[in-house]
Design a protein around this ligand. Sequence first.
Ligand code: DC
Length: 219
Amino acid sequence: MIITIDGPAGAGKSSAAKELARRLGFEFLDTGAMYRAVTLAALRAGASLSDQAALEKVMADFRLEMPPGRVILNNEDVTREIRAGPVTAASGAVADSPIVRRLLGEMQRQIAAGRNMVSEGRDQGTIIFPDAECKFFLIADPLERARRRQRDMAGRGEVVPWNEVLEAQELRDSRDRERDLAPMIPAPDAILLDSTQLTLEQVVERMEQEVRRRIKRGN
Ligand code: DC
C-alpha cells in the first residue's frame, strides 16, 4: 500500500509522514532528501544547475542509500549537509531538471515497489504514484511555516532573520507551484489538510484514521 503526502515546505510533511509510517508499521520515503542529495552532488561537481548534460553526468555517479534517519551519498553520510542553506537555496533549480526528475522518479517507484510506504514530497500523489491508495496534501499558513522553518534552522545553529526566511520560502513556493514539470498541486483525489491550528499529533491522528478506514473497506 502506498500513502502519499505532498505539500509545501514547513507544513509538517516529514514529521507527519515519519510518525504515520511508524504507527502503521510502514516504511517512510523522504523524496526531498533525494533532490537535496543530487543538489549537493551537483554543487560539489561545480555543475551549472541549468545545464541538463552536466546534471546527467552528476546522475551517472550518483549512488544513494537512505537507511532510517540518514542519507548516504556515494558512501558518505551527508544527512546534515543536505539540510544546510546552500543546498536548500540551490535545490529548486535541480528540482526543475527533467533528467533529474525522471531518474529520481524511477528510483522512487523502485524503492516503493511491493512495499508498504508513506512517501513524502511535492509530486508523489500526482506524478509518481497516481494510483496510491491514500493521498494527502498538507498545507499551513505561510507565516506559521516560516516560523517553524526559522526554529528548525536555529536548532541547527543557523540564525537567519525572519524576513529572509519568509522571502526564501515565498521564492521556493512559487518555483515549486509554477514549474512546468510536476508542479506542486494537490492530486484531484487528495485529502487536503491544514496544519496551521493543529498539533503534529492531531495531523497524524486524522491521517491514521483515514488510512485505517480505507484498509478496512479494502482500498
Ligand atoms: O521537501 P524539501 O524542502 O526537502 O525539498 C527539497 C527540494 O526538492 C525543494 O526544492 C522541492 C524539491 N522537491 C521536488 O521538487 N519534488 C519532490 N517530490 C520533493 C522535493
